[in-house]
Design a protein around this ligand. Structure first.
Ligand SMILES: [Zn+2]
Length: 464
């Protein structure tokens, strides 16, 4: 039986202030060729310097994914010509990437799945060619921007696995604050190496480039698997080559024959000293996969519920800050999740930020659990907090007084000040009873529980 083997190569932009080897701003949302200098446009004699932040972020990713870190390494030149590559070589890594190995874990159909990484390295991006009919223009703003390349082993078997893996990787890059990794903005780009062969055997590898969305990634893999299986079944050979993806026709097409490593004539970058980061202490950060498990195992959320929070990091943080003090109280956790993912989510959409503090939310949940505010009042208070009102002031207005002793104290004051109404009641004027309750309501701005107040008042008047 022919089994597909898929490996992915992912390029992601890195969130740094400046470019990889010069001090030009690392930003592209401006006019073409605005952020360029002799270094990133490859002028003779211009010398590169290494961006420390980009190196740290690469190591942070490798550490979080459990890879082996090469603290001693160096950059190399990868030589090739292309109009968007002003130096005619790209500064990259080859024999000693910053990270070797590593595992990305994620859930596929509710089951834990693993994808094994081969390497993670750091390099610089090329510029951008913009084509107009019979001529093209070059924008070098992106040239020299830091780029992390992540390469998996050919351990994926289906397009769905590849898509879910890519999705998890995007989440990881966002959580570790390495990249926004938005495929639509070109901040993360995918390439797939696909072969089919009997059982564990790898077949002839075809590389599909320029996959700029998760949808294209999935469709291109499906198309390519089917194309290769059909060729083999017809007795034809799969050619080792690089293919592109036509988004309109939904087919892969030949771009060029695959280059071998020797075609790039790699050699150590002579303008940069080798790196020795031995002794550098970096803390390993938690991955979204672990945070998801924590939500399920420690807070009792379902997988689906955890998935809602994991894609909204602000909400996950807010949930944990509130829920940690109610950890064993499943009713409280349920309320926190529900008010957060319905009321606060919708208010967040309007105001573009969460204006409720975890402390205020905790107070409200607590009051709701004790029956001191109703669900309707809870929602009203949330809306008013988003409008800028203070919780303390709101509670003065909304919070019901339900303590019988406190009610008794209030009623005694009311009785003292309304002796004539008391006398009228004693003489049989029933209306006076409601008048006294009304006075008590007025005095407490309606916070007193009227039914409880009636009961207490009756006892008080009967014993006068
Ligand atoms: Zn520059």
């Amino acid at each position: 039986m022919l089994i597909p083997k898929i490996g992915l190569e992912i390029h992601t932009e890195v969130k740094t202030k400046s470019k990889m080897f010069c001090s030009c701003p690392n930003t592209f949302e401006s006019q073409p060729n605005r952020f360029i200098c002799p270094v990133c446009t490859g002028q003779p004699g211009a010398l590169p310097t290494i961006n420390k932040q980009a190196v740290f972020l690469t190591l942070k990713l490798g550490l979080a994914l459990g890879g082996k870190i090469n603290y001693k390494t160096y950059f190399v030149r990868k030589n090739y010509y292309y109009p968007d590559l002003p130096k005619n070589y790209q500064i990259s890594q080859y024999e000693l990437p910053f990270v070797e190995g590593g595992i990305v874990k994620f859930f596929l159909d509710g089951k834990e799945t693993e994808v094994f990484l081969k390497r993670i390295h750091l390099e610089e991006d090329a510029g951008r060619l913009i084509h107009f009919g019979d001529f093209s223009l070059i924008d070098f703003n992106r040239a020299g921007a830091p780029l992390i390349e992540i390469v998996t082993l050919p351990c994926l078997r289906t397009s769905e696995q590849a898509k879910m893996f890519a999705q998890e990787l995007i989440l990881i890059l966002r959580y570790l604050n390495i990249s926004e990794a938005n495929p639509e903005k070109g901040q993360i780009r995918f390439e797939a190496n696909i072969s089919v062969g009997p059982n564990d055997e790898l077949g002839t590898r075809v590389e599909v480039k320029n996959l700029n969305s998760l949808k294209s990634l999935k469709e291109a893999i499906d198309y390519e698997i089917e194309r290769q299986i059909n060729l083999i079944k017809k007795g034809e050979k799969v050619v080792q080559e690089t293919r592109g993806w036509d988004e309109v026709k939904r087919i892969t097409f030949v771009q060029r024959e695959k280059e071998e490593a020797q075609d790039y004539r790699y050699f150590p970058e002579p303008d940069l000293v080798p790196l020795d980061l031995t002794g550098l202490e970096l803390e390993r950060e938690k991955l979204p996969f672990e945070l998801r498990k924590e939500l399920i195992e420690e807070y009792g959320l379902s997988y689906k519920e955890s998935e809602i929070l994991i894609w909204e990091p602000w909400a996950l943080d807010f949930f944990k800050k509130t829920a940690s003090s109610f950890q064993k109280n499943s009713e409280a956790i349920k309320q926190i999740f529900n008010y957060l993912t319905t009321d606060i989510f919708s208010l967040y959409q309007t105001y573009r930020e969460n204006k409720v503090t975890p402390e205020d939310f905790k107070t409200l949940i607590d009051l709701n659990l004790k029956g001191k505010i109703s669900s309707r009042i809870f929602k009203e208070i949330l809306q008013k907090i988003f409008k800028g009102e203070k919780l303390n002031e709101l509670l003065n207005i909304y919070q019901k007084i339900t303590d019988p002793q406190e009610i008794e104290k209030i009623l005694k004051d009311v009785i003292k000040e309304n002796q004539s109404a008391v006398q009228d009641y004693k003489k049989g004027k029933i209306n006076s009873f409601e008048f006294i309750i009304g006075q008590a309501m007025k005095m407490t701005s309606g916070k007193i529980d009227p039914n409880l107040a009636r009961k207490v008042l009756k006892d008080l008047l009967d014993n006068l």
